[in-house]
Design a protein around this ligand. Structure first.
Ligand code: G6P
Ligand code: ZN
Length: 550
């Protein structure tokens, strides 16, 4: 096989600044000549010491349009920059959690994940490129900044000339001169990991003994279809009818692959209609999840708290113990109560999964979650949708050992009896005018505690900042917290992931020790009114109603 390296002249493109979720743009932007090449070269230029020379790199993505083209470019540019070995999912497919797991298992120096997460895909929609470091987690800001710097000064990129394309469809090793490319089964290693974590035997037995327990898993045409099939059908023995939209499509079937009550509506409807015991979905790249039943919707804040509460029935945590629990700041405080009961550390970090990684690497964190449908543990360094769903199956099977017939709803009500209930809702105002949103936030920052609204008295008001307990790095201005005397909270944040204008998120939480059965919107209505009043949201944004309520 001939192998030579050539240098191609180029010049910088504006706006190649990756967030922690990588560079996300329209496919058309990535398709501009040299645009994708520039960004890939910048990753190799900025790759943390010792750099790409002789390195091993994991590559894969969520199957969206343009992914396979990007994989070929990564191999050519990576090979020219000294990468010695590529480990690539078959057909380029790797869910984000599976990629994180593979980086760790194979001791790779890093990975490139091709995804725009839950954003729609296809030629008219989004694509993304994200770099993960050797711990399997998203690159820290120091690295993404270095990548951005490299995109601003780039004048050439290197590319290897092979006389063939990498054959992504065949599992096995291909060599191109000094470079080896290993195509791996996209699912096998991940399934093995999940089997080591959970009690598959217990879940299988429960399924056999409880034929009226039904599961419906909706992959929303995203990457987790094959993972779901292998785990739920092949391993656990659920019928094929337990799977919906489990063939990954380049455009996700034209839908928005985001598991929430708005975008996973067809799942919610089927779960209600067919009286499904456990309904679940994950997003385009497989790191988010949603869990519900025909008679209950589990908020992500409750979900992680329940998983933490029952951690002892999960073999992985039996082995490791619970080192600590954590949530992002706007996530409800339910998990804090579990941490207190278990006598372990509880961390409150800014929004963004990367903040959990440091705590995990330091051995201080086992289970964590975010209100934005992210749940996970220190088995990898990304959130993990399938993990959360299997955790629920494990818990349901365990609870049924002593309480036959228990389901999602009864597990939640037992949980509330122990800890009380943290009612939670989030209002999103999408694509509002950035200036108005910024002014609203600035004004909120100037308010002082002491204000009273009926029986609600503000006892604390601050702009959340975080000092990482491991590396002491400081993150400022992470959201305005308004905390009341009864521990109720109203939080205002501007989204860090929106692409048009600004998105205002308002998070509302109220703790109730006795009354668990209220509808969340009813329970939180007085606080919603206070939030709108305090912030003068309508005046600043011109919006009367939120665009999405979760
Ligand atoms: C991404 C990150 C999550 C984070 C979310 C916040 O999905 O992976 O860890 O919670 O963004 O999004 P927001 O739009 O609220 O900034
Ligand atoms: Zn995602």
């Amino acid at each position: 096989m001939s192998f030579s390296v050539r240098t191609v002249d180029t010049s910088p493109f504006d706006g190649q600044k990756p967030g922690t979720s990588g560079l996300r743009k329209r496919v058309k932007v990535f398709q501009q000549p040299k645009y994708t090449e520039n960004f890939i070269q910048a990753i190799f230029t900025a790759m943390p010491a010792p750099g790409p020379q002789n390195a091993t790199l994991v590559v894969g993505g969520d199957g969206r349009y343009f992914m396979k083209d990007a994989v070929q470019k990564i191999v050519r540019i990576g090979a020219a920059n000294g990468i010695k070995k590529f480990i690539i999912g078959q057909d380029g497919i790797l869910s984000t959690p599976a990629a994180s797991a593979l980086i760790r298992k194979r001791d790779a120096d890093g990975g490139i994940i091709l995804t725009a997460s839950h954003n729609p895909g296809g030629p008219e929609n989004d694509f993304g490129i994200k770099y993960n470091t050797r711990n399997g987690g998203p690159a820290p800001e120091s690295v993404t900044d270095a990548i951005y710097q490299a995109t601003c000064t780039i004048s050439e990129y290197k590319e290897a000339d092979f006389d063939a394309h990498v054959d992504l469809s065949t599992v096995g090793i291909q060599t191109f001169g000094p470079v080896s490319v290993e195509i791996v089964d996209s699912v096998a290693d991940y399934v093995e990991l999940i089997k080591e974590i959970f009690d598959f035997e217990l879940i299988r037995k429960f399924r056999q003994q409880t034929p009226d327990f039904t599961l419906l898993f909706d992959a929303l045409n995203g990457v987790t279809g094959p993972y779901g099939r292998r785990i739920f059908v092949d391993e656990l023995g659920f019928p094929e009818t337990s799977l919906a939209n489990c063939t990954p499509l380049e455009d996700f079937g034209g839908s928005h692959p985001d598991p929430n009550l708005t975008y996973a509506r067809s799942l919610v409807d089927s779960v209600e209609k067919h009286k499904i015991s456990l309904g679940a979905a994950s997003d385009g790249d497989g790191d988010r999840n949603m869990v519900l039943s025909h008679d209950w919707f589990v908020t992500p804040s409750d979900s992680v708290a329940v998983i933490a509460h029952y951690a002892d029935c999960i073999p992985y945590f039996k082995r490791t113990g619970i080192r600590g629990l954590a949530r992002s700041m706007p996530t409800s405080c339910a998990i804090d109560r579990v941490a207190a009961a278990k006598g372990v550390e509880a961390f409150e970090v800014p929004t963004g999964w990367k903040f959990f990684g440091n705590l995990m690497d330091a051995g201080r964190l086992s289970i964590c979650g975010e209100e934005s449908f992210g749940t996970g543990s220190d088995h990898i360094r990304e959130k993990d949708g399938i993990w959360a769903i299997v955790a629920w199956l494990n818990i349901i099977a365990h609870v049924n050992l002593t309480a036959p017939g228990a389901g999602v709803r009864s597990i939640m009500s037992e949980f509330y009896k122990v800890y009380g209930r943290n009612y939670f809702t989030r209002y999103d105002y999408e694509e509002v005018d950035s200036e108005g949103a910024t002014q609203m936030m600035n004004r909120l920052r100037t308010l002082e505690p002491g204000m009273a609204f009926g029986s609600y008295k503000v006892v604390k008001l601050d702009d959340f900042h975080y000092t990482d307990p491991v590396d002491q790095s400081i993150s400022q201005k992470q959201g305005v917290r308004i905390i009341f005397q009864d521990t109720s909270r109203i939080i205002f944040r501007l989204s860090g992931t929106g692409s048009q204008g600004a998105t205002v998120r308002v998070y509302i939480e109220r703790y109730d020790e006795k009354e668990f059965a209220l509808d969340a919107q009813t329970a939180l209505k007085p606080l919603v009114d206070i939030a709108l009043d305090i912030s003068q949201l309508e005046k600043y944004t011109g919006r009367k109603e939120p665009t999405v309520i979760t």
